[in-house]
Design a protein around this ligand. Structure first.
Ligand SMILES: Cc1ncc(COP(=O)(O)O)c(C=O)c1O
Length: 382
């Protein structure tokens, strides 16, 4: 039996997504900037996708800039947003973020340091909850942007975005949220949350890889970091990946139509897995009181996470130790280190992220295999 429990790394595009995309790789292959019928068909498809994604996250269609995914989106929103805020007010030269962000956010913050910004990485407690007093102290008239994720990729922790927006706006500071791990998993109304900028990625919500979007609140802007054509109102020039954006749109529409229905099913399976793991001596990393419903991050003392993941893989079970872009490296997860764990502790973490196609039978299969896997890993380490 093959069991896929790595949906925070990527999800299987729904068959209706694949079908919709195929047409735009084949018969309707025109360039959406062309004025003939083939071009118009591609343009209409992109604009339909924009409506579908806008509906998923409760924003206006004109507030979305399509990108190649979450990494590019975070670069555009964070680097472009901070630069635009500094251009509007040259005193705003500081960027605030948290110490548990995705590597693409950490890298964008580093790039801003090279451009003369100071970056403050706000601490979290042992469960990954943000230190809001530290945020309050850091907010001021020198801050250009606060970037804080909506849901953590490794722990599933949910951050209190609406409250953070209120605090930041009181200091005149724009807020960006990396909503890649939240969109499609829970109701997400970006306009109601009050954020100025947000990042989305299609392949975390049963769409294709290589498609995403940045929400740009009306009245808020980003300095583009790619120049070229006039696409996406010049915020992201380049011929659009029509098929992928069409797939993104269909995935968003499906999430609107049926997301709530399967979210409860996924959460029940996650709880079943977690209860079984706790009975096998696991510790839960993160904040069980405020998490997305599909994720559990578990540690077993004395069992190296990388070895557990490799042993699970030998049994046909896909899980991971952390962000896909850092797993495979020998470094312990920066997220778990930020929680105050020692490198040795952090190396024991295993992330299970469930999805709509998982079943109770699969979870029971994993739980049945785990005791032997843990025994083997521990004896290999002894
Ligand atoms: C929180 C978060 N932000 C950004 C990204 C990057 O998205 P993409 O893979 O579309 O570049 C990921 C992907 O793992 C993520 O989990």
């Amino acid at each position: 039996m093959r069991v896929y429990l790595d949906h925070n790394a990527s999800t299987r595009p729904h068959p209706s997504v694949v079908r919709a995309m195929a047409r735009f790789l084949d018969e309707d292959f025109g360039n959406p900037s062309s004025i003939h019928a083939a071009g118009r068909a591609a343009r209409d498809a992109i604009e339909r996708a924009r409506d579908q994604v806008a509906r998923l996250v409760g924003v206006g269609r004109d507030e979305l800039v399509f990108t190649s995914g979450g990494t590019e989106g975070n670069n555009l929103a964070i680097r472009g947003g901070a630069e635009a805020a500094r251009a509007a007010d040259p005193r705003r030269t500081r960027v605030l973020t948290t110490s548990i962000e995705h590597p693409s956010v950490l890298a964008a913050a580093l790039a801003l340091e090279l451009r003369g910004f100071a970056v403050t990485r706000l601490p979290v407690d042992a469960s990954g909850r943000l230190d809001e007093d530290a945020l309050e102290r850091a907010l001021g008239s020198d801050v250009a942007l606060l970037t804080v994720q909506a849901a953590n990729h490794e722990l599933g922790n949910l951050l209190p975005i609406a409250r953070l927006v209120e605090r930041a706006h009181a200091a005149g500071v724009w807020v960006h949220t990396d909503a890649v791990q939240a969109a499609g998993k829970l109701p997400l109304e970006l306009r109601a949350l009050g954020v100025d900028l947000a990042t989305l990625s299609a392949h975390k919500l049963y769409g294709p890889k290589g498609a995403g979007a940045v929400y740009l609140r009306a009245g808020c802007d980003v300095s583009p970091h790619t120049v070229g054509g006039h696409q996406e109102r010049e915020r992201r020039p380049g011929t659009e990946n029509v098929a992928a954006l069409v797939g993104f749109g269909v995935a968003a529409e499906r999430a609107v139509e049926e997301g709530g229905a399967w979210a409860a099913h996924v959460e029940a399976l996650r709880d079943r897995l977690e209860a079984g793991a706790l009975a096998l001596g696991a510790r839960v990393n993160g904040d069980p009181g405020a998490r997305v419903g599909n994720t559990t991050n578990l540690s077993w003392d004395g069992a190296d996470g990388e070895l557990v993941v490799e042993s699970l893989d030998l049994e046909g079970i896909a899980a991971s130790t952390g962000a896909a872009c850092t797993s495979g490296s020998l470094e312990p997860s920066p997220v778990l280190l930020a929680l105050g764990q020692s490198p040795a502790q952090a190396r024991t973490a295993v992330r299970f992220s469930l999805g709509r196609e998982n079943s109770a039978q699969e979870i029971d299969h994993v739980l049945a295999r785990l005791p032997e896997i843990l025994r083997r890993v521990r004896s290999a380490m002894a």
